[in-house]
Design a protein around this ligand. Structure first.
Ligand code: ATP
Ligand code: MG
Length: 434
């Protein structure tokens, strides 16, 4: 992509409406713009990151055996009357009336709708286990939308729902999702700590929140200092498909959210900190299947209410969460798997035709090699170009100017470490491929 024709409205100044780093940087890097409180448009650079995160989440859900579907954003209130949550959800639910006067709503979550799909189609225990997920926009009319996409009103969530015959099998499905979350967050370049959590309005028995530590986080969390040095994640690069750590193994060092914190169980050197909830999983048995009649015929021919769990990931919140964890004083520092482009190519001598020709060729060679590259071909000062690349945080910068061109060299910079190397113009494409 050529920057001269890319829609990337970056800002030099810190926008007044933003308080935390990730929100400031998302606005400054031209990733999002607010439409109304807690409702955002995603501009090209932001959308690329959102899609990358979405895809990693999708791949790991598929790997864990969940099947993707797509449910609508707008739901009928009928199902929510059945589960009893239509009143309970209160003002967080955006209620809409259609032209026939029917009560509709913009879905804040999908337990009711998935339970309805299940009860209509699945009749036998032989069709279990089943895990269905979708990645869809949700709306919650939050009291205080803030911090940009981190607490929006409209936000993108991955929500999966598991169905099993017995509670024992249900916990196995829960564990599979638990492990899948560890892999997902590790692949996103994050250290997310699984913490025992309250089940809240979803209800049920077993729940973990996945939390990334950040001073700006909204959740108060309590954890064993062991987490500061250990890596609670499965190394997603080497993890085998048969790897099955149990939930218990991961809760061994103490970690709990405010609601679940129990000082009598906590270690003496407990750390109290703040974190961002990026995922939340629940096992809630027959809480929805019983009242909604989601039963299957068991092996003995008798109907059994299925055992369910639900599993959320805040896909759009993660964009802000990753920036909170990965930035420096100059801007964003994207982990490579979610970076909008891998490489930023900078023409330092745009007025010089031979340098420009060399840059154009390098751009097209990188592109042909399948490397995602954003090419700053604008007629701007070198300093402004470097500052802009640092702000948007692409993992690698390649700069080519007149002096380097004469020697046949480019300057390669690692955005994260700041290290620089002179690399031969002939070698740079193969080096970037590796
Ligand atoms: P919170 O306590 O932050 O309000 P929640 O417990 O209500 O979250 P869930 O219902 O478990 O959230 O939703 C699953 C995931 O969706 C959360 O872990 C979070 O990452 C994300 N999420 C929830 N509310 C929002 C929001 N208002 N804006 C962005 N992401 C959200
Ligand atoms: Mg909430």
């Amino acid at each position: 992509m050529r920057l001269s024709s890319y829609f990337l409205p970056t800002l030099k100044e810190t926008p007044a409406e933003a308080q935390i780093t990730s929100h400031i940087l998302m606005l400054r890097a031209g990733m999002v713009r607010q439409g109304a409180a807690g409702i955002y448009s995603w501009l090209p650079l932001g959308l690329r990151v959102l899609k990358k995160i979405e895809n990693i989440v999708r791949e790991e859900q598929n790997r864990a055996g969940a099947q993707e579907i797509l449910m609508p954003t707008i739901q009928s209130s009928d199902l929510w009357q059945e589960s009893g949550r239509y009143e309970d959800y209160g003002k967080e639910m955006l209620r809409i009336e259609d032209r026939h006067g029917r009560a509709m709503l913009f879905g804040p979550t999908n337990e009711e709708m998935i339970t309805d799909i299940f009860r209509r189609e699945v009749k036998s225990y032989r069709d279990l286990p089943l895990n269905l997920y979708h990645i869809q926009w949700k709306f919650r009319d939050e009291v205080r939308p803030r911090f940009g996409v981190m607490r929006g009103r409209e936000f993108l969530m991955k929500d999966a729902y598991s169905f099993d015959l017995s509670a024992e099998d249900g916990v196995k499905s829960y564990n599979a999702m638990f492990v899948s979350y560890l892999r997902t967050f590790a692949r996103l370049g994050l250290k997310a700590i699984p913490m025992r959590a309250d089940t809240g309005p979803i209800g049920g028995d077993l729940s973990h929140e996945f939390i990334i530590l950040a001073n700006t986080g909204e959740s108060e969390v309590f954890y064993d200092p062991a987490f500061e040095t250990m890596d609670p994640m499965v190394d997603a690069g080497t993890a085998k498909d048969d790897l099955q750590p149990t939930v218990d193994a991961w809760t061994a060092p103490y970690a709990a959210t405010e609601e679940m914190h129990d000082a009598t169980l906590a270690p003496d050197n407990l750390i109290t900190g703040r974190g961002i909830e990026v995922g939340h999983i629940f096992f809630f048995g027959d809480k929805y299947s019983a009242p909604m009649g989601a039963t299957v015929q068991g092996p003995d021919g008798k109907p059994v209410a299925v055992q369910m769990g639900s599993y959320g990931v805040g896909v759009s919140r993660l964009v802000g969460g990753i920036i909170e964890a990965c930035h420096d004083e100059n801007g964003i520092v994207w982990p490579e798997p979610v970076a909008p482009f891998k490489v930023g190519l900078i023409n330092l001598s745009a007025k010089d035709q031979s340098v420009t020709d060399a840059c154009d060729k390098l751009y097209s060679d990188l592109d042909s090699a399948g490397i995602e590259v954003l090419y700053d071909d604008r007629n701007e000062r070198a300093g402004a170009k470097f500052a802009n690349m640092d702000l948007i945080g692409l993992p690698w910068q390649i700069a080519l100017g007149k002096r380097g061109f004469e020697k046949g060299m480019v300057e390669l910079k690692n955005r994260k470490t700041g290290e620089r190397w002179d690399v031969s113009l002939d070698d740079i494409v193969s080096q970037m491929k590796g």
